[in-house]
Write a protein that binds this ligand. Structure first.
Ligand SMILES: C[S@@+](CC[C@H](N)C(=O)[O-])C[C@H]1O[C@@H](n2cnc3c(N)ncnc32)[C@H](O)[C@@H]1O
Length: 428
């Protein structure tokens, strides 16, 4: 008679190998992510709202607190509000906090209209000579031509004069989202790169266009929430680290989140234009350090507690030391996040984690399997693993073979990654 040992690692690996793609989680025919306030601001690797909606419907009850430890631009919090669930989110990116505040606080439409008209009339009477320029970060001279810079400085100044916080945040988000178009930043790139041939947009025209679109979305969102009775459903967003939050232990009914990918998007770099203008960043180096998944952590560790993770690190050590150390750091950070998730969740609550695998230096980085192992080590029970294919539109599926960074589809050095991702459902 043979005895089969129930090895948790083998078990996790088998679970991931066996699952087919679940068509009901792919949302193949979903074209737009612009409903409600979701389209206020571009944000790399943001959630598909339909996915969050389905998770909320399946894993939460009305009135139950929903948490997101990597809140980003607040997709989970917006959908929680639409569904009458209070929510709490954290992120280390101040730009994410600003966007989420605007997206989760619909404003009485008449108020937006009045403020909009007042700002527009000040813009229309703008005369460079009657405006004293603010002190701004020197890096802004690198990114902006003087004409654009002057106009943006004016917009920033008149927005800061708005007393009511929600209104001020609303217009700041509008300004933040036009900065890239009005700068010399290569338009199609998430990497900080100058396009010497770019003709930047006029800040005043771009701002008005952006505000008009946002005002329409604000009205739709406001009237919807008023009709469902969820307008006052609480949403809290905080500038905190997912590895150690101030969320009360056992208070969260369900977590719906997607962690950053490993060494791919440098959120600190991507949001530097807003960071410099709104004085969130002094030096970029210091700003990068808190972000999980950055290539700039400079960590020296090559040991991780995850068995699957250690195998990956060992394979990377044969190729490139620095990448091996950054991936170790990522896995160790994710262990801390797993522990924090366990702490904040109530007993019986679910953590729903959307996570993709990738390839670096030809080594498969199976972050999904590593995270499933981490969750198991923390005491979670993995109740379901869902596999879904990703619509190309929403996430770059290509990495440059040499740099390992995301690149455009037409790049000759490109290689297909992230055609699929996983949703891990773990129960405390
Ligand atoms: C994949 S994005 C999340 C996107 C989000 N689901 C949405 O719909 O916008 C990952 C997020 O993790 C954040 N992040 C990185 N390191 C963090 C940390 N140490 N604590 C909290 N958030 C962090 C990044 O700023 C980024 O917003």
């Amino acid at each position: 008679m043979t005895t089969t040992l129930n090895n948790p690692i083998t078990d996790i690996r088998r679970k991931f190998q066996e699952i087919p793609v679940s068509p009901e989680w792919c949302f193949k025919n979903v074209r737009s992510t612009e409903q409600w306030t979701h389209g206020y601001h571009r944000y790399p690797a943001k959630f598909l709202p339909n996915l969050v909606q389905k998770l909320i419907e399946e894993y939460t009850e009305e009135g139950e607190l929903v948490g997101d430890l990597f809140a980003g631009c607040g997709t989970t919090l917006v959908e929680a509000k639409v569904h009458g669930r209070p929510s709490i989110g954290v992120d280390v990116n101040p730009v994410a906090i600003l966007i989420t505040e605007a997206k989760t606080n619909p404003i009485i439409p008449e108020k937006v209209e009045l403020m909009k008209n007042s700002l527009y009339s000040r813009i229309d009477s703008f005369n460079g000579t009657n405006f004293e320029k603010n002190n701004t970060h020197q890096r802004l001279d690198y990114w902006f031509y003087p004409e654009q810079k002057l106009r943006i400085a004016f917009l920033y100044k008149i927005i800061l004069e708005i007393n009511e916080k929600n209104l001020r945040v609303f217009f700041l988000v509008a300004l933040s989202n036009i900065l890239k178009n009005c700068s010399r930043w290569l338009q199609s790139s998430t990497k900080p790169q100058i396009d010497p041939n770019k003709v930047p947009s006029d800040p005043f025209k771009a701002f008005k266009l952006q505000v008009n679109q946002m005002a329409r979305k604000n009205s739709e969102f406001y009237f919807n929430l008023e009709s469902t009775g969820f307008i006052d459903t609480k949403c809290e967003i905080k500038l905190e680290d997912a590895r150690a939050t101030n969320i009360v232990g056992g208070s969260v009914g369900a977590i719906i989140t997607s962690p950053p990918y490993v060494t791919s998007y440098e959120y600190a770099d991507i949001h530097q234009l807003t960071g410099y203008w709104f004085e969130y960043i002094n030096d970029l180096y210091g700003f990068r350090k808190d972000f999980i998944g950055t290539f700039y952590s400079q960590n020296q560790e090559i040991n991780t507690t995850s068995f699957i993770g250690q195998e990956i690190v060992n394979a990377l050590l044969k190729k490139d030391n620095r990448t091996a150390r950054e991936v170790t750091n990522y896995f160790n950070d994710m262990s801390l996040v797993g522990k924090e998730m366990y702490r904040v969740l109530k007993t019986g609550g679910h953590a729903c984690i959307v996570i993709g695998n990738t390839t670096l230096m030809d080594v498969k980085i199976k972050s999904s399997e590593v995270f499933a192992e981490i969750l198991t080590m923390q005491g979670f029970e993995i109740v379901e693993i869902i596999k879904r294919s990703i619509p190309n539109k929403l996430i770059p599926t290509i990495r440059d073979k040499q740099s390992g960074r995301f690149s455009k589809l037409d790049n000759k050095n490109s290689k297909l990654v992230y055609p699929e991702e996983y949703i891990i459902i773990a129960k405390k």
